[in-house]
Design a protein around this ligand. Sequence first.
Ligand SMILES: C[S@@+](CC[C@H](N)C(=O)[O-])C[C@H]1O[C@@H](n2cnc3c(N)ncnc32)[C@H](O)[C@@H]1O
Length: 330
Amino acid sequence: MEFGPAAGNLAEVSPMEEVSPMELGQVNWGMSRAGAAARPLQGQESMTLPKPGFIPTARMIVESDSEQAEVDTQHERASANNRDARPSDQVRELHPWFQTLNDLPPPPFDWPTLFGNAHPVEVEIGSARGLFLYNAGRTQPDRNFLGIENDLKEAIRGAVRLQRYQVPNARMLGADAKLVFARYLQSGSVEGVHIYFPDPWWKRKHHRRRLFTRTFLDQVARVLSPGGSFHAWTDVGEYFAMMVEIVGQHPLFARQPDPPETTPRDDLDYRTSFERKKRRAGLPIYRGLWQRVGPAAPPLAPASSAETVTPPVDATPPNDGAAPAPRPPV
Ligand SMILES: C[S@@+](CC[C@H](N)C(=O)[O-])C[C@H]1O[C@@H](n2cnc3c(N)ncnc32)[C@H](O)[C@@H]1O
């Protein structure tokens, strides 16, 4: 696979905007405020587990009628056996499949600590019910997958699935991906980044809330290792056009052929739950794939203050000016 100029003009890379601590770490406990510990995250200290009132049920992970029946049975048995369990205990029992930043050592992440091995790591943003993590983990046992989901109720649903099938190489992190990318992911530490069906924020005045921005793409470029893959899918044509434009202008990405649509073998044979839902509704799916080109980004500086979240991109070309060896798309 050939690539164009390896690094482009790195000086063109926009400086990262400073991210205010209050803009980062927004998580949604996905339940009524009265029963939830919904609050902005300040560093990693302020996150807490759900308070009593929140019960993650196995019903949350349903993908098909047959699965529903099995899950209902399991849940009834578990409830009957454990009537005194407090909800927060149930969440803790999802460890290590569900974790928050409070459960992890200070940044940056050390993958062998998190996964117990040194396999390559891929990160999904907005994992919701975790179908991607489930399928990717089971079909690619020699890779690790970290999902980041800031709707904690959804994240827990996904983690229930991973726990139920004991998927050893997939984890769900209940956290804001913007915070995780800015402060927790070491430069060049990830071989794949996946964003499937990000919230479209339809109204023009809300477009600024979209996850996919040039600023965020700079972080994706920073954490991806040279040759790594960036996957972004949506059913919203206008949003996809914006993605293509933003990534196309970035010197550290080279577009790859769009992944083809495949025929699902069963209810779970979709990239994500949203892909299934949208395809069943007859909507077109836009599938983007890019490869990280150019040199690796410099290490993430230790966060000495909350405002310092991103190192400048090094404009130094690679040693011999050669493009990194391409890696097949994941
Ligand atoms: C439209 S849903 C798509 C879910 C899943 N990717 C799929 O395709 O089925 C978008 C998901 O992204 C999550 N999300 C949005 N902003 C996020 C952020 N900053 N960090 C982590 N997750 C985020 C939402 O909570 C939601 O679950």
